[in-house]
Design a protein around this ligand. Structure first.
Ligand SMILES: C[S@@+](CC[C@H](N)C(=O)[O-])C[C@H]1O[C@@H](n2cnc3c(N)ncnc32)[C@H](O)[C@@H]1O
Length: 428
């Protein structure tokens, strides 16, 4: 069996330095571990990514010079050690000894003395190190400064709450498949299985678990009784309000959570489109487990001339590619993989997709624009500009303060993830 701390250091190196996503690197590393170590690997990787600037600051203070080149991965091993010492309940001697031992499997026994010395000094000087980190805003909030600035501008009262929520572990939400059970019936099954949970009336298909569990321990999961989906994501199909026999386009569908929800709510003909063929396979897997049917299309939503058959849609869900800044607590790597310059590029792509998909909607039809971003550039600014430039677009408010100049519903991370929705219909 591989060494869990060595794998954590390698995974973090691949994410932070090589720009790989945690959701691809973690399963790759985890397959080498037993279930207990898999959980530890996940806990360490998520934790280090949540507190990266603070851990970097400690290393800066303790190392004469940063580890570079081939030795760079060992800097991540130091973060792994420090994270356990500061944030986990690992007994101190075990955290140091196990981190030093990881060097054996990393084929660097010669670095044992250095890593041991740094971690021991970290323990001794912890109070001073923590005080100095707390004086640096990026370490105080553990988010990139460009993102902190954008949040301060958009949410002058709430930006600190958003940053704090991003540092929390996200709850596990289930979406009950209404074709099998009502939420109340499924709640009884969870009670019988001893899985503690709550119902939240605001999210009519959702149940939130008191603590995350293995999906296969959920009653009827293999048979499609429920799916794992955040409460905010569950609003998409409800706002789209699909009806039986309609023709519906889910234009950015993968991995298919919302496609499946649409089909659970209505007996509709759904085209599930995505530009990423690997991710589209996940749509097919999800449809299969839930015994649902959709036409999966591998294509570019911004170029309908290459795939559209010319028959207009009754409803369109446009869950566009975005910065994913509303789901940082589930994907803490986003903080370090996104760049400030990505936001304008994404906004440009979203605009192109929205403009080019609009002609595919029937007069009288409904389009729901969605992102898992908290940034107005991708959300209300984007939709306000579209409404202004599109004569036959009619804004449909989702709540009483939803106006054409400040359109849509912005959910912030908390009980649910941070999502944005705006509903637009086409003039008859
Ligand atoms: C936010 S995710 C969609 C999540 C999905 N709706 C769900 O609920 O499971 C955005 C998706 O857009 C896809 N995408 C990005 N650019 C695209 C394009 N030009 N055309 C179609 N899909 C695109 C990505 O591959 C990604 O799967």
């Amino acid at each position: 069996m591989a060494n869990v701390r060595a794998l954590a250091a390698e995974t973090l190196f691949q994410v932070v330095d090589k720009g790989q996503s945690l959701s691809t690197q973690l399963p790759y590393a985890a397959q080498k571990l037993n279930p207990k170590d898999k959980a530890l690997l996940q806990q360490i990787c998520y934790g280090v990514l949540r507190y990266l600037p603070t851990l970097e600051h400690y290393c800066q203070q303790l190392l004469d010079q940063p580890l570079k080149g081939k030795r760079r991965v060992f800097q991540f091993l130091l973060y792994v050690g420090m994270y356990q010492l500061q944030y986990m309940r690992t007994p101190e001697h075990a955290a140091v000894a196990e981190t030093v031992n990881a060097l054996q499997s990393m084929r660097a026994p010669g670095l044992k003395a250095l890593v041991n010395a740094i971690l021991r000094t970290f323990q001794r000087q912890f109070t001073e190190l923590q005080d100095s980190a707390n004086r640096i805003p990026v370490c105080q909030y553990n988010h990139p400064s460009w993102f902190i600035k954008k949040l301060q501008a958009a949410y002058p009262q709430k930006w600190q709450d958003i940053l704090a929520a991003n540092q929390e572990q996200a709850p596990m939400w289930l979406r009950v498949n209404k074709a099998h059970y009502s939420v109340e019936e499924y709640s009884e099954l969870l009670d019988e299985a001893g899985i503690e949970h709550c119902l939240e009336p605001h999210f009519e298909d959702g149940i939130v678990l008191d603590k995350p569990c293995d999906v296969y321990s959920l009653p009827g999961f293999r048979e499609g009784a429920c799916s794992v989906q955040d409460a905010a994501a569950q609003l998409a199909a409800r706002y789209l309000a699909p009806q039986d026999n309609e023709r519906i386009l889910d234009a950015c569908a993968a991995p298919g959570g919302k496609t499946c929800h649409i089909l659970e709510l209505a007996n509709a003909s759904v085209d599930a489109l995505d530009a990423d063929s690997n991710r589209l396979l996940r749509v097919e897997e999800n449809l299969k487990r839930l015994e649902l049917n959709a036409q999966c299309i591998h294509a570019d939503a911004s170029d309908p001339s290459s795939w559209w058959d010319g028959i207009a849609y009754d409803r369109i869900l446009l869950d566009v590619p975005c910065s994913a800044t509303g789901v940082i607590r589930r994907h803490p790597d986003i903080k370090w993989l996104r760049r400030n310059s990505d936001i304008d590029d994404l906004a440009q792509l979203q605009k192109q997709i929205l403009n080019n998909i609009w002609p595919l909607l029937k007069p009288g039809g409904t389009l729901l624009y969605a992102t898992c971003s908290v940034l107005p550039t991708e959300n209300s600014d984007q939709v306000a500009a579209f409404l202004q430039s599109t004569d036959d677009a009619i804004h449909q408010p989702l709540h009483e303060n939803d106006t054409p100049s400040s359109p849509g519903l912005q959910l912030l991370p908390g009980i649910s993830d941070g999502f944005y929705y705006a509903k637009i219909t086409k003039q008859l």
